[in-house]
Design a protein around this ligand. Structure first.
Ligand code: EPZ
Length: 436
């Protein structure tokens, strides 16, 4: 099975290009089925999650023309059924965006109930609350959600908690409902704004995306569009933290600095120099980082998807940090792996108390989920000696060419599939030491 092998100790230096936002792309691809016209989407990340969602869409008759890795033309005029099969939802939860899209367009959608995952229960009660408020009958039978409506009528919906998925799913269904829908306590993430802009480019009438009150006036039909997805805030943040943790100097290009403000602020608190330009952020960390406290919050707060990565950087900072996870119930599973590398972290409920250590040593690790996997790669980059990381399919769900981009910054990392390949890397990297 493929895994990463890493030799720690090299600071990351140079420039890296950020791809399209996975969590915007998944919603935008689903929303593209809401018109019978062709929709051209650019800057789509070539990752497992987007590729699996495209397969799910093809399974119901959507015509997908993959122009290249990052560009696709979608035509949903021939959609035959509205049932998304189990195999796709098991692979990615975000298939559930097809409920909002198909319910909006066809007044019917049937999708297998997504399971929990490694970071928490991940219920979808707020999605269902929104669909029901719009007039849909939502039944859950044999693990399948069946949403049906004679017609969808706009409603005033108050989300019980800030939910990115529910905000997006309800917004999609409401686009083609009759009259005005108001979503209160809406999520404000950059990808929520991106999907709203995409839908408006198809003729929808959405106002207020990016604030906590979104108003959607339903329209009869949506038309085709050409759209370019925003850069990935979390991929960018991951490289920013990797640069900081390895005491490097990296310019992260093709980003929207405003989306990264909470991450930049934290890294400055930890002693990094951050230089922003229109579409790039440069992170310089010449000395040992210093401790700080982090609490994950909905945007514009510090993103939960950056919690494992910043904790790795704090694990070797001087001083004691407290990292509090306020979004998901079980997002510290990776801490056990860090402890095996010499980190000193104690998880108490929803907080981790991180006592910075001066050195960590390489270990054989396993990625528990997407963002924790990326964080453990960063841990391997800062640890002394060799580390291996398996279950990298999690990482490939949300990072395109992750090890290739890291290698271009000077990281000693390779994806290997056999013992022979691993030995070859160890010999090559080991001799590198002698050569220095
Ligand atoms: C999206 O998940 C992202 N996934 C997650 O990114 C991200 O961590 C999360 O938003 C928060 O930013 C995609 O966009 C595909 P939520 P989502 O609904 O929509 C609870 C990654 O690494 N909740 O904002 O599922 C929920 O349990 C992934 O790319 C309900 O209780 O997150 C959680 O505690 C991981 N009922 C909180 O709300 C609901 O109906 C926030 O979840 C919905 C959510």
């Amino acid at each position: 099975m493929e895994k990463y092998i890493i030799k720690g100790g090299s600071p990351l230096v140079g420039e890296v290009e950020i791809g399209g936002a996975k969590n915007a792309a998944l919603a935008i691809l689903a929303a593209a089925t809401m018109t019978d016209d062709s929709v051209h989407i650019d800057n789509m990340p070539d990752e497992r999650d987007t590729n699996v969602l495209l397969q799910a869409m093809e399974s119901i008759g959507v015509i997908i023309d993959r122009v290249n890795r990052h560009s696709v033309v979608i035509n949903a005029s021939q959609v035959k059924n509205h049932t998304i099969e189990n195999e796709f939802i098991k692979k990615i939860r975000a298939s559930y965006y097809l409920i909002g899209a198909l319910l909006g367009k066809y007044r019917h959608a049937q999708v297998v109930l997504p399971g929990g995952c490694d970071i928490g229960l991940r219920p979808i009660d707020q999605h269902i609350k929104g669909f029901s408020a719009l007039g849909a009958t939502v039944l859950i039978e044999h693990g399948i959600i069946n949403a049906k409506a004679q017609k969808l009528v706009g409603s005033h919906i108050y989300l019980d908690m800030v939910s990115v998925g529910a905000t997006i799913n309800i917004m999609m269904a409401a686009c083609m409902a009759e009259g005005l829908t108001i979503i209160e306590n809406a999520a404000k993430e950059p990808h929520v704004v991106d999907i709203a802009n995409f839908l408006n480019s198809m003729g929808a009438n959405i106002k207020g995306a990016g604030t906590d009150v979104i108003r959607i006036r339903g329209v009869e039909k949506l038309h085709g569009t050409d759209y370019t997805i925003i850069p990935d805030q979390i991929e960018a943040g991951t490289f920013m933290v990797a640069a900081a943790a390895t005491h490097g100097d990296v310019t992260i290009k093709n980003v929207i600095p405003k989306h990264l403000e909470s991450i930049s602020a934290k890294l400055e608190e930890m002693g990094c120099q951050i230089h922003e330009s229109d579409d790039a952020v440069r992170v310089v960390a010449t000395k040992r980082l210093t401790a700080t406290h982090v609490k994950t919050l909905p945007y514009p707060g510090f993103p939960t998807d950056m919690q494992p990565q910043i904790t790795v950087a704090l694990a070797m900072a001087s001083g004691i940090s407290i990292v509090t996870e306020s979004i998901f119930e079980n997002r510290f599973k990776y801490v056990d792996e860090l402890t095996r590398m010499g980190a000193s972290i104690k998880v108490e409920g929803s907080s981790a108390i991180v006592t910075g250590v001066e050195r960590m040593t390489g270990a054989d690790m396993s990625a528990p989920d997407l963002r924790a996997g990326a964080a453990l790669v960063i841990a391997g980059l800062v640890a002394e000696g060799f580390s291996t990381l398996d279950n990298i399919k999690f990482i490939e769900r949300g990072y395109e060419d992750f090890e290739i981009k890291l290698r271009s910054l000077g990281a000693n990392i390779e994806k290997v599939d056999t013992d022979a390949e691993e030995q070859k890397f160890r010999l090559k990297a080991g001799y590198g030491d002698i050569a220095q």
